[in-house]
Design a protein around this ligand. Structure first.
Ligand SMILES: *[C@@H]1O[C@H](CO)[C@@H](O)[C@H](O)[C@H]1NC(C)=O
Ligand SMILES: *[C@@H]1O[C@H](CO)[C@@H](O)[C@H](O)[C@H]1NC(C)=O
Ligand SMILES: [Cu+2]
Length: 252
């Protein structure tokens, strides 16, 4: 009986997952593949599978950009709000590319894909940034001159794989990669933009010494008046201003 109940719960969850929006389901770094945090199955295992991605409650978005949830799509877990650490991390060389495999992204959810990093001051499996300004932007794709959005068009064309490069001169150490799609189908007003963030824990290796000098916080980086948060994606044919700070490329 118990088994049956939990099976149907998982089944219902899987069905809603298929019909919903999305999250990063797999990470490839330094040639190794890591399964992402799977919100519709991982919670039903005891012990839970060990992941490099911080827990997300499901495939849904964050729309209230003042909430800590906008950091990692996290929620209060074990007393840690917003981005409860995951137990393990991936290792990746500075200058190498990281591939993030998204679940099937809905055709209707157009918007940019943006990637930030934050350097952990200590053990990343114990660190939550809270509202501190620690994040710097390392990659961004918005709308190109052919009016194609990062998501869904470019993402679908790439087989649902988004790729970015760890800044080549970035100082070795532990970092959170905060990656997101911002869906703009309802962003003609605020709240409306839907943020789908994912936080991936990595150990960066290499001999670089570069670190950025300016940082943003999540929540904080995005508000109703940040360019690109309110945008009429159906009517507005002008260039799209990608939200957040300038890119940091580490002197490259
Ligand atoms: C993305 O991950 C899914 C689930 O693990 C897998 O079935 C699919 O083949 C992956 N896509 C690519 C292009 O590797
Ligand atoms: C189109 O978007 C840009 C950038 O957000 C904005 O400055 C401009 O006012 C918008 N145009 C219209 C007609 O809404
Ligand atoms: Cu949606």
């Amino acid at each position: 009986m118990l088994k049956l109940i939990s099976f149907s719960t998982i089944f219902a969850a899987i069905v809603s997952g298929v019909l919903g929006h999305g999250y990063v389901q797999e990470v490839t770094a330094n040639g190794a593949k890591y399964t992402g945090y799977l919100p519709y199955t991982d919670p039903y295992y005891n012990p839970p599978p060990q992941r490099i991605i911080r827990k997300v409650p499901g495939n849904g978005p964050v729309t209230d950009l003042s909430l800590i949830d906008v950091q990692c799509n996290g929620y209060t877990d074990g007393g840690v709000a917003g981005s409860a650490p995951a137990p393990i991390y991936a290792t990746v060389a500075a200058g190498s590319s990281v591939a993030l495999n998204w679940t099937t992204w809905p055709e209707s959810h157009m918007g940019p894909m943006i990637t930030y990093m934050a350097r952990a001051p200590s053990d990343i499996t114990k660190w939550s940034p809270g509202t501190s300004a620690v994040w710097f932007k390392v990659a961004q794709t918005g709308k190109n001159s052919a009016a194609q959005w990062a998501a869904p068009t470019l993402l679908v064309n790439a087989n649902s794989i988004y790729t970015f490069t760890i800044p080549p001169k970035l100082k070795a150490g532990q970092y959170i990669i905060r990656h997101e799609i911002i869906a703009l189908h309802a962003a003609y007003t605020y709240p409306g933009a839907q943020v789908y963030p994912s936080c991936i824990q990595v150990q960066v290796t290499g001999s670089g010494t570069a670190l950025p000098t300016s940082f943003v916080s999540f929540p904080g980086a995005y508000t109703a008046s940040t360019p690109g948060i309110v945008y009429d994606a159906y009517q507005n044919t002008s260039a799209y201003p990608i939200p957040g700070p300038a890119l940091w490329t580490g002197g490259n």
